[in-house]
Design a binder for this molecule. Structure first.
Ligand SMILES: *[C@@H]1O[C@H](CO)[C@@H](O)[C@H](O)[C@H]1NC(C)=O
Ligand SMILES: *[C@@H]1O[C@H](CO)[C@@H](O)[C@H](O)[C@H]1NC(C)=O
Ligand SMILES: *[C@@H]1O[C@H](CO)[C@@H](O)[C@H](O)[C@H]1NC(C)=O
Ligand SMILES: *[C@@H]1O[C@H](CO)[C@@H](O)[C@H](O)[C@H]1NC(C)=O
Ligand SMILES: *[C@@H]1O[C@H](CO)[C@@H](O)[C@H](O)[C@H]1NC(C)=O
Ligand SMILES: *[C@@H]1O[C@H](CO)[C@@H](O)[C@H](O)[C@H]1NC(C)=O
Ligand SMILES: *[C@@H]1O[C@H](CO)[C@@H](O)[C@H](O)[C@H]1NC(C)=O
Ligand SMILES: *[C@@H]1O[C@H](CO)[C@@H](O)[C@H](O)[C@H]1NC(C)=O
Length: 296
């Protein structure tokens, strides 16, 4: 019985590790959705904006797992926005920019994704050398509720300028490029205007990238194959070991059950003597007595 219990333990440990393995495999393929992030920022801005004054930038506090992400919001009258622009966060929106559709007031939600940038935005064959920053406009005519629809901006004069907080260039010979991330996952490239400044004609999310050298890419590809293969191989082995262990435990259980059956069978074995049925065991007990008598 002890060995059965032990194999039971082994099986449960193996099953547990198999589950752990599959959950790990799942979490590594987890995808980060920029759209849901925007919606999260919008709802936090909506909650805080009603308590705040028009014309001032306010920081928004996010859930604790977004500590390195910075989000702020400002509400501006449309007339003021047209006449003076908006100079907040990393964005310098000049005069003569129109927000459509027309609303009495607009709210601009700014964000800096910090070290989560590359989790939400990637550029094929390039690496980010600056955090992803963005701004999105919403209708703020109603002082107590932000509109659902994003506003679109049209630049009549100078472009909107983005000053990136820091650009980390590992290779000084490589020219960095500005990128704008489209809503459908598209990427638009443009030249850097000054060392850390990009220009744009509209709202969205932006960063600076550097072309990644191809050999490193190939190595990564190769590594992924190896990791996938080794992972799959161990998964298969684990599966087989669990299968064999379960089979062995089942077989042992069956053998013990069969042994129990045969023991019971012996106890209740019967003999037919004439027409009456006698338990065999009683015969066995009486026999030595008879033998003894015979000898005496
Ligand atoms: C908002 O947060 C940034 C970065 O953490 C900080 O530099 C700035 O002073 C804050 N602004 C306000 C109004 O709290
Ligand atoms: C933070 O936690 C929320 C749930 O509490 C989750 O939806 C979100 O994806 C998490 N964010 C990160 C960056 O892990
Ligand atoms: C915008 O703000 C920056 C600093 O935050 C300042 O250097 C710059 O002169 C301002 N530009 C305008 C047009 O107000
Ligand atoms: C981002 O930085 C914070 C604090 O430095 C750290 O706790 C967090 O794990 C980092 N997140 C990622 C995805 O690197
Ligand atoms: C990335 O680079 C590889 C080869 O280095 C090329 O085959 C692929 O088309 C590139 N992808 C994009 C989106 O440019
Ligand atoms: C403003 O929003 C609040 C909350 O959603 C709503 O109760 C109110 O009717 C809205 N006011 C106007 C003028 O639409
Ligand atoms: C903002 O909050 C109000 C309630 O306070 C709600 O009616 C409205 O739908 C919210 N808007 C967004 C865009 O979440
Ligand atoms: C970007 O810069 C390259 C040279 O560095 C130039 O050939 C190209 O025309 C520029 N593109 C734009 C849109 O200015």
């Amino acid at each position: 019985m002890g060995s059965i219990k032990q194999s039971g333990h082994i099986v449960s440990v193996l099953i547990f590790s198999l589950l752990l393995y599959s959950s790990m495999a799942q979490s590594s393929s987890n995808s980060y959705d920029p759209e849901s992030l925007e919606a999260l920022f919008q709802s936090y801005a909506n909650k805080t904006l009603s308590r705040h004054h028009t014309g001032y930038l306010y920081n928004i506090s996010l859930p604790s797992n977004f500590t390195t992400v910075q989000v702020s919001v400002v509400r501006i009258r449309s007339g003021t926005f047209w006449a003076r622009g908006a100079n907040f966060s990393f964005f310098r929106i000049p005069t003569r920019v129109i927000a459509r559709p027309y609303t009495k007031r607009i709210a601009i939600v700014y964000d800096n994704l910090g070290n989560l940038s590359s989790h939400y935005y990637q550029v094929p064959n390039h690496s980010l050398v600056a955090p992803v920053v963005g701004f999105i406009g919403y209708d703020a005519s109603n002082l107590s509720a932000l509109g659902n629809e994003k506003l679109t901006f049209s630049v009549m004069g100078d472009p909107i300028l983005i000053s990136f907080p820091q650009i980390v260039l590992e290779d000084k010979n490589v020219t960095p490029k500005c990128v704008k991330f489209g809503a459908d996952g598209s990427v638009e490239f443009s030249n850097v205007t000054q060392p850390n400044i990009c220009a744009t004609q509209g709202s969205g999310h932006f960063s600076v990238v550097m072309a990644s050298p191809p050999p490193e890419k190939e190595e990564k590809h190769w590594k992924r194959w190896v990791v996938g293969f080794v992972g799959g191989f161990f998964g298969l082995i684990l599966f087989i070991v669990v299968g064999v262990a379960v089979f062995m435990v089942m077989r042992k259980k069956k053998i013990i059950e069969m042994e129990n059956e045969t023991e019971k069978g012996v106890a209740f074995d019967t003999l037919w003597i004439g027409r009456s049925r006698l338990p065999a065991a009683s015969m066995m007990r009486t026999q030595p007595v008879l033998e003894h008598d015979y000898v005496a």
